[in-house]
Design a binder for this molecule. Structure first.
Ligand SMILES: [Mg+2]
Length: 251
C-alpha cells in the first residue's frame, strides 16, 4: 500500500470525538512515508475547517490532505458559471477553481448540502435547469441518523430539484468513483496502490472498488458486520479497530 484514502464521518471521528487509534494510524503511515488523504462527501465545510478539526484531535494533516465533494465537483467540471444551492464552502471551492457564481443563465446548477434550503431556491434551480443549465449534485447522501431522529442530507435536496426539474443530476461524490479517481490523481498514485478505508459499505466501499482500489470496511460507524450479508459489494478487508487496520497496512 503506497497511500491511504480515509473517509471522515464514522471512520476518523464520530459525534465530535476521534475514533480511537485514528490519529496513531495516520502518524504510523506518515512514518513509513505513506500519505493519507481524507475524502468526504460533506460539501459544506472548507478543507481548512476540516483540517483544523482533525488537528484538534491530534491527527496529523493539513488542508491539502482534505478532499471534499465540493472541491471534487469544482475540479471535475469544465470551468464556467454556476448557480449553487449550498453553504459557503461550495461557492468557495468553485471560485477557487475559477468559476463565477450567478443566477443569470449559468452553465450549471450545483446542489450541495444547504441548511438554508428554501422553496425560492428550489424554484430558481428548477427553472435554470429547464432553461438548459446542467444539473450537478455533490453527493446523494440521504442524511445522518442521529440517536432518536434523522438529519436529511444533500440527497433529499437533490431529490426535490430532480423532481421539480424532471432531470437527473450528475453526482460527483461517493458512491460514484469520480471523487476517488480525483483523489488518486491528487495523491499521484495508482489506484491499485491506495487502500480506501470507510465505515459505509454503500458509499465508501462501492466508490473505492469502482475506482480500482482495494477497500477496507471499518466497523466504527455506519455499517455493521451483519450488513455484509446483503451488501452489493464486499470489501477486501473488514476490521473492527485501527489496530487491525495497522496490521493490514503493515504500519
Ligand atoms: Mg462515513
Amino acid at each position: 500500500m503506497k497511500g491511504i484514502i480515509l473517509d471522515l464521518d464514522g471512520t476518523v471521528y464520530l459525534g465530535g470525538h476521534e475514533i480511537p487509534g485514528a490519529g496513531d494510524f495516520v502518524r504510523a503511515c506518515h512514518q513509513r512515508d505513506i500519505p493519507c488523504l481524507f475524502v468526504t462527501n460533506r460539501s459544506n465545510r472548507t478543507p481548512a475547517v476540516v483540517a483544523a478539526q482533525l488537528q484538534g484531535y491530534g491527527i496529523e494533516c493539513t488542508a491539502e490532505d482534505i478532499w471534499t465533494s465540493s472541491q471534487a465537483t469544482a475540479h471535475y467540471l469544465e470551468k464556467g458559471s454556476a448557480y449553487t444551492i449550498g453553504e459557503p464552502a461550495l461557492g468557495e471551492a468553485l471560485l477557487a477553481e475559477g468559476f463565477t457564481i450567478t443566477d443569470e443563465s449559468p452553465d450549471y446548477v450545483i446542489v450541495g448540502f444547504d441548511r438554508s434550503f428554501t422553496y425560492a431556491k428550489l424554484k430558481l434551480a428548477c427553472n435554470l435547469i429547464h432553461k438548459g443549465a446542467r444539473f450537478i449534485a455533490t453527493n446523494p447522501d440521504h442524511g445522518l441518523p442521529l440517536h432518536d431522529r434523522v438529519a436529511p442530507g444533500t440527497g433529499a435536496l437533490v431529490a426535490a430539484v430532480a423532481t421539480g426539474s424532471k432531470t437527473e443530476p450528475l453526482f460527483i461524490g461517493k458512491p460514484e468513483r469520480r471523487i476517488m479517481d480525483m483523489g488518486a490523481e491528487r495523491m499521484g498514485l495508482d489506484p491499485a496502490d491506495i487502500l480506501a478505508v470507510g465505515d459505509n459499505l454503500t458509499t465508501d466501499i462501492i466508490a473505492g472498488q469502482a475506482a480500482g482500489m482495494p477497500t477496507a470496511l471499518i466497523l466504527t460507524g455506519y455499517s455493521k458486520r451483519a450488513d455484509l450479508e446483503t451488501a452489493p459489494v464486499q470489501p477486501d478487508y473488514v476490521v473492527e479497530t485501527y489496530t487491525e487496520l495497522r496490521d493490514i497496512v503493515g504500519v
